[in-house]
Design a binder for this molecule. Structure first.
Ligand SMILES: [Cu+2]
Length: 271
């Protein structure tokens, strides 16, 4: 039985590790400036945690293989020194690994979260709510209109609570259900939630950020490929969570300007 168990453990370990090594289920091609550093970090994490996983399973298989019960009258054998030194050794190895990976990854993390926004970055506010995302652009004046919760009226399309009648800065603001950004231009998002915890995840841009009501969370990226990518909420946020998604469209600068222009005309016609 011990022999069979040991062989099965090794087989399952190698087959499951092979799927990771072959990238059978992997991220789509990177489309962001910071993505290469994140992919490298992901590789490091997979290699080191994978090596420990394989080593752990092989040791388990060896013990099962060599400690099989040959004779039922034989005394039960135990590991010299008992389990305590083994558990301590495992904790130290895993602890060192986690600290080392965190240290290596901190540079890529800081480039996204701690670096100040670029001078030519486009600032966009992202509002998440059950179960949609809205993207708030400041318009040609570069100033965001004040957001007033008492002005929120989904029925009238005022999702973020602008007050264009009394607030001059809000008059040229654009609120869109699609995030449109020009390629190769730094984008500085400010994420906030209207109700419960949500998450902003775009696989191609290698960004994933949770946010909760009451906090403004910054997130920056520079898209390096044009295309349309899915934005999904990856925090279970209620019954409609499964359909909470939006799209980011990365376009050439001229197309971005035309998109802004068409929205401004629409805004001017309504207000
Ligand atoms: Cu959500």
């Amino acid at each position: 039985m011990g022999k069979l168990f040991g062989a099965a453990v090794v087989l399952i370990t190698l087959v499951s590790a092979a799927f990771f090594a072959m990238h059978t289920w992997w991220l789509p091609a990177n489309a962001s400036a910071a993505g290469a550093a994140i992919d490298r970090q992901m590789e490091h994490t997979m290699i080191w945690t994978g090596a420990l996983f394989i080593a752990g399973q092989v040791v388990l298989a060896l013990f099962a293989f060599s400690s099989r019960n040959r004779d039922s009258k034989e005394k039960t054998r135990t590991f010299p020194g008992g389990a305590v030194p083994l558990v301590i050794a495992a904790m130290v190895v895993v602890g060192v690994e986690i600290f080392a990976l965190t240290f290596v990854g901190s540079k890529a993390w800081a480039a996204i979260y701690l670096a100040p926004a670029d001078a030519d970055a486009i600032h966009i506010d992202v509002q998440a709510q059950q179960f949609a995302f809205y993207f708030h652009y400041p318009g040609p004046d570069g100033r965001f209109g004040a957001v007033r919760p008492d002005k929120i009226d989904d029925g009238n399309g005022n999702y973020v609570g602008l007050d264009p009648v009394h607030d001059a800065a809000a008059r040229d603001d654009i609120v869109s259900s699609m995030l449109v950004v020009p390629v190769n231009r730094p984008i500085a998002l400010t994420l906030h939630s209207r109700d419960v915890g949500h998450s902003f995840f775009v696989r191609e841009l290698r960004v994933q950020q949770d946010f909760v009501p009451g906090l403004d969370v910054r997130l920056q990226f520079t898209a390096t490929q044009t295309g349309q990518f899915e934005i999904v909420c990856t925090q279970l946020c209620g019954w409609g969570h499964y359909r909470m998604k939006a799209y980011v469209r990365v376009v050439e600068p001229a197309e971005y300007d035309a998109w802004l222009e068409s929205h401004l005309r629409r805004v001017a016609a309504v207000r």
